[in-house]
Unconditional design. Structure first.
Length: 365
């Protein structure tokens, strides 16, 4: 049975509550302070017969090329192994990564391997979008599960065994692109909003000096580096991240109809309205019954026939008036007074929005 859940932010609060300010560290990202995705194709060896199929050219050719690079020439058609798997290796190069740093890597099978358990990744070059090699990955895999098969075809499996990780399994060989800004710092909002951007600009001007911050657009605030912060961009960014501002957000209700989850934002309000709702429940029960022919019937046969029972129950739906609700707590109290369940609330919210009584946008996941 699917469990239903109603999450109403502030549902237990009957009055308006003050909105707490958030650190800019939680609201913005500094432009240029970003990671870069690295990818590479590699081979995992040492598998206990759970690798790619022995006749797969997808694995035999890279294995032959690797052996040729190590000084051993073997024709791909002569390679028949089940202990090797072709894998995709991925990692994220953090901003300002330095040579010698370790990176966590994820290894995913791209062939017919049944399990990567017990395997070892052979040295694999990880490249960025520009085609340059930024890291090398190698080491034993951590699968976090197992898959076992018996000779008769019986098997048991736990977790996903064709994807593995190697903590600190890659070593940075080249520093990533980018650098520290010198003249201005651009703050990019996680959730672009004109009001939030204006509040962030005002908070920064109050903290480090009037005229330091300027709103470029709803998604970006530009901070000019003051003279006393020249050459100290890291210290300036640290100071900006500690500044607090109140983030604004539109009135929104998020609905996940598959799980019955309803999330009501803090800005949602409700105009006076009357609601009548009722539920219709249909129960169908079917049981098999045996039908016997007459004793003297020459062609009669015993058959199993279904017996169906149908029951319909409709709940009483009375028209109830809801008073104006200015806060999310009032909205929750008004709807809870109806005794509606979460799945009923989904339909009620949509009907209220269509009637113009619900002042919020509805987002369906």
């Amino acid at each position: 049975m699917v469990r239903t859940l109603l999450i109403a932010l502030g549902a237990l609060v009957l009055g308006a509550t003050p909105v707490a300010a958030s650190r800019l560290k939680d609201l913005i990202e500094v432009q240029g302070f970003r990671g870069n995705q690295l990818t590479g194709m590699g081979l995992v060896v040492g598998l206990n017969g759970t690798g790619d199929q022995a006749v797969s050219n997808v694995t035999r050719r890279p294995l032959s090329a690797m052996m040729r690079h190590m000084g051993t020439v073997i024709d791909p058609n002569d390679i028949l192994v089940r202990n090797t798997a072709l894998v995709m290796v991925t990692a994220t190069l953090p901003p300002f990564a330095r040579s010698g740093m370790g990176l966590d890597v994820v290894i995913s099978s791209v062939g017919t391997a049944k399990s990567l358990q017990g395997g070892t990744l052979v040295s694999t070059a990880l490249k960025g979008a520009d085609g340059q090699v930024y890291a090398l990955a190698q080491g034993p895999l951590l699968v976090g599960g197992y898959a076992v098969e018996g000779g008769t075809g019986s098997s048991t499996k736990k977790n996903h065994v064709t994807v593995a990780r190697i903590p600190s399994g890659a070593t940075v060989e080249r520093e990533g692109p980018g650098g520290l800004p010198h003249e201005e710092v651009v703050l990019v909002l996680h959730d672009p909003d004109p009001t939030t951007a204006s509040r962030i600009s005002a908070a920064i001007n109050q903290a480090i000096g009037e005229g330091s911050a300027l709103v470029r657009d709803p998604a970006a605030v530009v901070v000019k580096v003051p003279a006393k912060w020249l050459g100290k961009t890291v210290e300036l960014v640290a100071t900006l991240e500690a500044v607090e501002a109140i983030a604004d957000a539109p009135a929104r209700i998020v609905i996940d109809e598959r799980s019955g989850t309803v999330v009501v934002g803090s800005k949602v309000s409700l105009s006076p309205v009357s609601i009548a709702y009722g539920g219709l429940t249909v129960n169908v029960a079917e049981q098999p019954a045996v039908s016997q022919p007459n004793p003297l019937s020459p062609a009669g046969q015993t058959q199993v026939v279904p017996q169906t029972q149908l029951a319909v129950e409709e709940k009483e739906g009375r028209l109830q008036a809801l008073a104006e609700a200015a806060t999310v707590g009032d909205v929750a109290a008004a709807l809870n007074a109806l005794g509606a369940k979460p799945r009923d609330l989904i339909a009620i919210f949509q009907a209220l929005r269509a009637a113009g009584a619900l002042h919020a946008e509805i987002e369906v996941l």
